[in-house]
Ligand binder design. Structure first.
Ligand SMILES: Cc1cc2nc3c(=O)[nH]c(=O)nc-3n(C[C@H](O)[C@H](O)[C@H](O)COP(=O)(O)OP(=O)(O)OC[C@H]3O[C@@H](n4cnc5c(N)ncnc54)[C@H](O)[C@@H]3O)c2cc1C
Length: 289
């Protein structure tokens, strides 16, 4: 097997143009598992974990750019203002996995159980791709994620990172698994409320072939908050019945299957509980501010 070791993004893109079959390796926490189990035997791998251009995150005119090579450990240490992203990063694997694993790798694998992905979906993020021949390309998160472990990346492209609008409002990520740590989600949910543009966005992981936005629940929450006058007065809350109805709409958006980690019925129930909790936390956080 050839191992390519580019030093800059430009060099990496040229190598990828010459050898599109070369598989990028960032943290290796997904890829090395595939190699260990002999599920993949690539002719060439390209080590991208040291490319400086992929290892940065920054604010840019009201947006946030997160380089594909930023590890979960760094997100937890450096990006505290993005609470749902930090909460999701903290749940990934173990300290060793968080020291190596990247959001770019989560995107590259495109598993419906990737914990960073519901967060990017709730942020309504775009995915930035680049190739030597085609230059840059920007896809909405749901154009990039096309199915279970499938995405729209072309063989000569690399993922540069994700970009989203920095909003103002509460949010959270939570997941249910068979134990408290080192666990693949049986169901995961991210809720992001934006007080400036008055939106509620809810994304679900592990309960469908890919990440799902619970759009009916989102519309319902916005309408209820508007009717209650809660956008202007954070002390206004929603009744238990409304919160329960929101949870039911979240659950209705799920498209789960039975598998070794949980039944479809359990997953749907989990979505309702996660949805109720996330909305309750968001309302409490607004009251506290
Ligand atoms: C013990 C263990 C526990 C885990 N727990 C969790 C968990 O709780 N939650 C979770 O979501 N995941 C978990 N994972 C999976 C994994 O850690 C994550 O998916 C992580 O985000 C992968 O990142 P990486 O940098 O290691 O990816 P890699 O393994 O390096 O790459 C993964 C895929 O993405 C591609 N890729 C990576 N970067 C780029 C790029 N810039 N451009 C193009 N393609 C790219 C690679 O070619 C490969 O196909 C776990 C894994 C292990 C081994």
């Amino acid at each position: 097997m050839d191992v390519l070791t580019p030093r800059t993004l430009e060099e990496a893109l040229e190598m990828k143009a010459e050898r599109p079959e070369a598989v990028p390796i960032a943290g290796g926490t997904d890829l090395m598992v595939e190699l260990n189990f002999d599920r993949k035997r690539p002719e060439a791998m390209m080590d991208i974990c040291r490319l400086p251009e992929l290892r940065e995150w920054r604010h840019e005119n009201g947006n946030v750019f997160l380089g594909s090579g930023v590890t979960y450990a760094r997100i937890v240490r450096e990006m505290g203002e993005f609470v749902p992203l930090v909460q999701a990063s903290r749940t990934v694997g173990s300290p060793q996995i968080r020291n190596r694993g990247t959001v770019g790798g989560n995107l590259g694998t495109s598993s419906p159980a990737g914990d960073a992905l519901p967060v990017l979906a709730a942020y309504d993020a775009t995915v930035e791709l680049r190739s030597a021949a085609g230059g840059g390309r920007t896809l909405q998160w749901n154009e990039f994620l096309t199915g279970p472990k499938r995405n729209a990346m072309r063989p000569d492209e690399l993922i540069l990172g994700a970009r989203w609008k920095a909003g103002r409002g509460p949010g959270s990520f939570s997941k249910i698994g068979t134990r408290n740590a080192m666990v693949i989600a049986v169901a995961g949910l991210c809720l992001v409320m934006d007080d400036d543009v008055r939106t509620v966005r809810v994304a679900l992981g592990s309960v469908g072939p890919t990440i799902i936005r619970a759009t009916d629940a989102e519309t319902f929450a916005v309408e209820e908050l508007t009717q209650a006058g809660a956008w202007d007065d954070p002390n206004v809350t929603l009744s238990d019945d409304v919160v329960r109805a929101f949870g039911e709409r979240v659950a209705a958006a799920a498209r789960p299957i039975d598998d070794q980690r949980g039944t479809a019925a359990y997953r749907r129930h989990a979505c309702a509980v996660l949805g109720r909790r996330a909305l309750t936390w968001a309302l409490q956080e607004r009251r506290g501010r």
